[in-house]
Ligand binder design. Structure first.
Ligand code: NIG
Ligand code: FE
Length: 401
């Protein structure tokens, strides 16, 4: 059983509610001990055991939990640069852009789809994402959705069936037939391959009745619910998600007071995806309003080739702090523990004893630098289950990994 001492940590964000006053449980001049991939101890460095197999010297820098990205669409082919350029000159984002990715994804081989997914998972990991959720939703036939999920599940256990992303062109005249397919033959094929069922409940996608039917059918096959809600305008998405007992309602860009009250009185997390608002030039969701109402908030990337082509959670944290009224502490919590709640995981998202040792070393004295130094690769080291993985930035010892 291998053991690791992470020593000389200037500021250790544990998210351990037993530590300190706030939810982030920050320890200064701290150390952490890991055994067999699990955190076994955190505390003042003067009290740490020194007899471990390995030691990492954090040189006074900050250590934070690995990011939990609870919303990503990584099984796709093709590129939507032109759509992005059109948006920059004023064209509005709509759900319709999804069709071009569907066409490219259907054309692509499994090997090409998997190579692209693998590239993105590595990219995410190098910027500190130690858990990532992955949706289907660019196949939209029984075969292509099943193929997407087969690929995704080789890379993450957080796999989501999103057959109800949009109505594909061949069903445009008979959308209810497509909903039937999503809830019957496609679901039968896909449910053994996924943990979650998701639906895009918005204009240009599925209405409240259709979305509720998809989540209900998924639940009957053992899939837990999550939903794309209130991204493109006000609407019933949040209500549908909460009524279905969804783990998370994602986007939450356009919410009424009633939506916020509903979220606050439910166990449904509001997952905010500010990189999508950045890329689509939309208004940012008001995280402050949600937090002040007592809603649990997660932050995720929404990585996809249309509305948010980034895997970078530090970028999302910077946007959340600059544009959405979150404090740096809240943004980090939401990108770690909040993401874990949105995935109903109790083994990740914090560095309390017993949790999986997923952590990130920053080339910075404090986690605030995630927002304070936007665009700078300060993720200097990444460990997943206690194992060091390649990181994007300089490490605290001044070398480049
Ligand atoms: O979460 N809203 C729906 N789905 C994605 C966008 C997908 C796309 O544009 O390809 C999203 O933003
Ligand atoms: Fe999405």
């Amino acid at each position: 059983m291998s053991s690791l001492l992470v020593d000389n940590i200037g500021a250790l964000t544990t998210n351990d509610e037993g530590i300190g006053t706030g939810p982030t449980g920050v320890l200064h001049d701290a150390a952490m001990v890991v055994e067999a991939g699990t955190v076994v101890w955190t505390g003042p460095r003067s009290r740490a055991v020194r007899s471990t197999d390995e030691r990492v010297d954090a040189r006074g820098c900050a250590v934070v939990p690995g990011f939990v990205d609870s919303h990503a669409h990584l099984v796709f082919a093709g590129d939507r640069t032109d759509e992005f350029v059109a948006r920059v000159s004023g064209v509005r984002y709509s759900a319709g852009g999804i069709f071009s990715t569907v066409a490219a994804t259907r054309e692509a081989s499994s090997a090409a789809l998997e190579a692209n997914l693998d590239r993105l998972v590595r990219e995410a990991l190098a910027s500190g994402t130690t858990t990532i959720e992955c949706k289907s939703g660019y196949g939209l036939t029984v075969e292509d959705e099943a193929k997407s999920l087969q690929i995704a599940r080789r890379h993450t256990p957080e796999v989501t069936y999103l057959g109800a992303h949009v109505v594909p062109p061949e069903y445009s005249a008979k959308p209810d037939d497509y909903v039937h397919l999503v809830c019957s033959e496609m679901l039968e094929r896909c449910s053994p391959l996924a943990k979650w069922v998701d639906v895009f409940c918005d204009r240009g996608a599925f209405d409240a009745d259709q979305a509720a039917a998809v989540l209900r059918a998924g639940a009957a096959r053992g899939l837990q619910a999550r939903a794309h809600a209130n991204q493109l305008g006000p609407g019933p998405g949040v209500q549908v998600a909460v009524a279905a007992g969804a783990a998370s309602a994602d986007h939450c860009t356009y919410l009424t007071d009633a939506d916020i009250e509903l979220l606050a009185s439910s166990a449904t997390v509001a997952t905010l995806l500010p990189a999508a608002e950045f890329s689509t030039r939309s208004p940012y969701p008001d995280a402050r309003r949600l937090l002040d109402a007592g809603v649990k908030v997660a932050l995720a990337s929404d990585c996809n080739p249309g509305s948010s082509y980034t895997t970078n959670i530090p970028f999302c944290i910077a946007l959340a702090v600059r544009e959405m009224g979150m404090t740096p502490d809240e943004a980090l919590w939401s990108a770690t523990r909040g993401g874990a709640l949105a995935l109903r995981r109790d083994d990740i998202g914090s560095l309390a004893p017993g949790m999986r040792a997923d952590f990130v070393l920053l080339d910075a004295p404090s986690h605030v630098h995630l927002a304070y130094r936007p665009g700078t690769p300060i993720v200097a080291g990444v460990w997943r289950a206690g194992q060091a993985r390649p990181a994007q930035g300089r490490d605290a010892r001044g070398t480049t990994r």
